[in-house]
Design a protein around this ligand. Structure first.
Ligand code: IMP
Ligand code: MG
Length: 186
C-alpha cells in the first residue's frame, strides 16, 4: 500500500460500501440469537482473534444472553497490505486453561482458512468441552484449506475489504461499515 499522505488519498481507497452499519447490526443480533439457541443457557467463553475481530467481538458479546466470559488471542497472517504471507503466528495466547469451557471463536473473516485451521487445531488439543467458530465474513472462493465456520454472518466475493475491525496496513479498522478497498495504484 502506498503511503497515505492526505485525507483525500485515504478516502479514495474506500471504494464502495458493501455491507452497511445497519445490515451489520441486524446480522449481529440474529447471530446472537443463534448462539443463545445453541448453548441454551450454558456458559460460554468467547475468544476474539485480534486484531481484526475486536469490533465484532464488542458487538456479538452484547448480542448474546447466555452467561459469557471473554478472552483474546492474537494471530497474524497478513503482515502488510493485501497479500497473505501464508504464515500464521500466534503472537498472544489465551490467559487461561480452556478445558472447562464451551469455546466460541470470534473471527473477522475466513479467507484461505489457514488461520482458523491452525487456531482450532491448537485449541482442540487443549480439550475444551466444545469448540465452535463464528465469523463476521466468509470468502469461500479463496479457500486453500477446507475450513467451514459454524456461523458466518455474510458471505462475500473475492474482494479485499476494510472496516468494522478489518484493516489495510492497520488503517480503516474504525470504519463503521464494510467497504471494498480500492487496490488501484497500490
Ligand atoms: P486466512 O488465514 O487466509 O483465512 O486469513 C484470515 C485473516 O486474514 C483474517 O483474520 C484477516 O485478518 C485477514 N484477511 C483476509 N481477508 C481480508 C480482507 O479482505 N481484508 C482484511 N483482512 C483480511
Ligand atoms: Mg484477523
Amino acid at each position: 500500500m502506498k503511503e497515505i499522505n492526505s485525507i483525500e488519498s485515504y478516502n479514495a481507497k474506500i471504494k464502495n460500501v458493501i455491507i452497511t452499519e445497519q445490515e451489520i447490526k441486524d446480522a449481529v443480533k440474529k447471530a446472537g440469537k443463534e448462539i443463545d439457541a445453541i448453548y441454551d443457557g450454558t456458559p460460554i467463553l468467547l475468544v476474539s482473534i485480534l486484531k481484526g475481530s475486536f469490533v465484532f467481538m464488542a458487538d456479538i458479546c452484547r448480542a448474546v444472553s447466555v452467561p459469557c466470559e471473554i478472552g483474546f488471542m492474537c494471530a497474524k497472517s497478513y503482515y502488510e497490505g493485501t497479500v497473505s504471507s501464508g504464515v500464521v503466528r500466534i503472537t498472544m495466547d489465551l490467559d487461561r486453561d480452556i478445558s472447562n469451557y464451551h469455546v466460541v471463536i470470534v473471527e473477522d473473516i475466513v479467507d484461505t482458512g489457514r488461520t482458523l485451521t491452525d487456531i482450532t487445531t491448537i485449541l482442540k488439543a487443549r480439550s475444551p468441552r466444545s469448540l465452535r467458530v463464528v465469523t463476521l465474513l466468509d470468502k469461500p472462493s479463496r479457500r486453500l484449506v477446507d475450513f467451514r465456520p459454524d456461523i458466518a454472518l455474510f458471505t462475500i466475493p473475492d474482494y479485499f475489504v476494510i472496516g468494522y475491525g478489518l484493516d489495510c496496513a492497520e488503517y480503516y479498522r474504525n470504519l463503521p461499515y464494510i467497504a471494498e478497498y480500492n487496490q488501484a495504484e497500490d
